[in-house]
Design a protein around this ligand. Structure first.
Ligand code: GCO
Length: 456
């Protein structure tokens, strides 16, 4: 029997650069993602797509919130764009910076939807990048100030903040392999340094937010490769746990442990490769005392990889299902992922993102049929319920994403929304999965018992 706790929070998520558009409206400064998309000959984003218009959420707060309400959504995780509020990152505050967010937050509250703010979802003010971005330790103080300004502004209206989204991607894709803005390609020590500054920035921001109102809950949103056992035996489970947190491979930066160990356990895992170990040894001892344990860990989970009893990665069963991004469909991720992260850090867990990209299209009947998304979610949520049943304190599930949106270097090709966006007209069309999810929310997960309704 699938059951979720009575106060379980069901919602949807998105991020400023991916959906807002209005890239230079009302005094906003440029961000590294504006620069990355606009760079002539840069070729960083598929088809040369940009965030200039995106889903135009900036001008559609009322319409979008009304749609969320129609879909029974209880919480909306969105991010604030730092360069809207402080155009150069650490200078003057833009008087019009909060215009859109005020409208959005007020609409959400008056429709009974809880606003959840992410402070940093990758759109760093360009001026800070020119000073070294996350490699320059001064960014910690700039982020702390920005966090305080936002928390003060929304005092009494927003009771939950997430400081950083996926430090791992921001550091590795931004400063390591250069696939994301700012597109720098540096070595292991610099990637580790960027991550460490993010841990300090989270901590300083958490202190600043708590000083504004100690009742606000503050989390951090993490990602990383997750593993599940090919053989569900005690040995297989232990191997999957070990492989999940291992730092002894080229993708060490894309693990939950590289960020959360530094922040919460105040150490680096013994498995770390020599470059990371050397960086860890260079950290001033006083830094560990600056680390603030978050109130909860946000996990962005899309898939996991199978490992054998020796913690070695094995291939997925031949012919396994995949998504449009060519990611494997592995519902086990929502069982083993929260389970292992909870065992290691002992903190409440929020699923802050989960979902899939699908080749959705508007059908001739005017609807968007996406049975694959329904099937995917049904299976993933069933596994999440199992983790909850076994005692993992999972408090929320925030589906990625509400609308189709700008998928970073993949531009608009990947459709992650439960609501279809017709980019030519910006019209929103709820997909079948949106109505299916509305039913999951209305029944607090009870509708997951049995075979899903595929809506056509
Ligand atoms: C990320 C982000 C989202 C993505 C989503 C799908 O992890 O990249 O948090 O912005 O759009 O994860 O890839």
């Amino acid at each position: 029997m699938i059951q979720f706790p009575k106060d379980f929070l069901w919602g949807v998520a998105c991020a400023s650069f991916q959906c807002e558009g209005a890239w230079d409206a009302d005094g906003k400064g440029p961000s590294i993602w504006d620069d990355f998309c606009h760079e002539i000959g840069g070729n960083h984003v598929k088809h040369g797509d940009t965030g200039d218009v995106a889903c135009d959420c900036y001008h559609r707060a009322k319409e979008d919130v009304a749609l969320m309400k129609a879909l029974n959504v209880r919480a909306y995780r969105f991010s604030v764009s730092w360069p809207r509020i402080i155009p150069d990152g650490d200078g003057a505050i833009n008087p019009l910076g909060f215009k859109f967010y005020d409208e959005l937050v007020n609409e959400l509250i008056s429709n009974g939807i809880r606003p959840l703010i992410t402070l940093y979802h990758w759109d760093l003010p360009s001026a800070l990048q020119h000073k070294g971005g996350w490699l320059n330790r001064d960014i910690v103080a700039a982020f702390e100030r920005y966090a305080r300004v936002v928390a003060e502004h929304f005092k009494g209206r927003v009771d939950c903040f997430m400081t950083l989204n996926e430090p791992q991607c921001a550091a590795y894709l931004g400063y390591g392999n250069g696939l994301h803005a700012p597109g720098w390609k540096l070595g292991d020590a610099d990637v580790a340094r960027a991550l460490h500054h993010m841990a300090l920035a989270h901590s300083a921001a958490q202190r600043a937010i708590k000083a504004v109102d100690p009742g606000i809950s503050v989390g951090v949103v993490s990602c990383g490769g997750l593993c599940y056992p090919r053989n569900d035996t005690p040995a297989g489970r232990e191997a999957a746990r070990k492989a999940t947190f291992d730092l002894g491979h080229p993708y060490w930066a894309m693990t939950f442990s590289i960020f959360l160990d530094d922040l919460i356990l105040k150490r680096y895992d013994d498995s770390a490769i020599p470059a990371v170990r050397a960086f860890a040894d260079s950290i001033p001892a006083g830094d560990w005392e600056l680390m603030e344990t978050p109130d909860f860990i946000g996990m962005n989970i899309y898939n996991a990889r199978p490992v054998d009893d020796d913690a070695r990665q094995v291939r997925e069963p031949v012919g396994s299902p995949r998504t449009a991004t060519d990611w494997p469909v592995t519902p086990e991720a929502l069982y083993y992922g929260p389970m292992n992260v909870y065992k290691r850090y002992g903190l409440p867990i929020w699923i802050t993102e989960d979902g899939l990209s699908n080749h959705d299209m508007l059908y001739l009947d005017g609807k968007v049929h996406d049975p694959k998304r329904i099937e995917f979610l049904h299976r993933y949520l069933t596994c999440l319920a199992q983790a909850v049943a076994e005692g993992v304190p999972v408090k929320a599930y925030l589906h990625w994403s509400f609308l189709d949106n700008f998928e970073w270097s993949d531009g608009y090709d990947q459709r992650f929304g439960i609501v279809y966006v017709d980019y030519a007209t910006l019209r929103r069309v709820p997909k079948d999965s949106a109505w299916w999810y509305a039913d999951v929310i209305a029944t607090n997960g009870d509708s997951l018992n049995g075979i899903p309704k595929y809506y056509y």
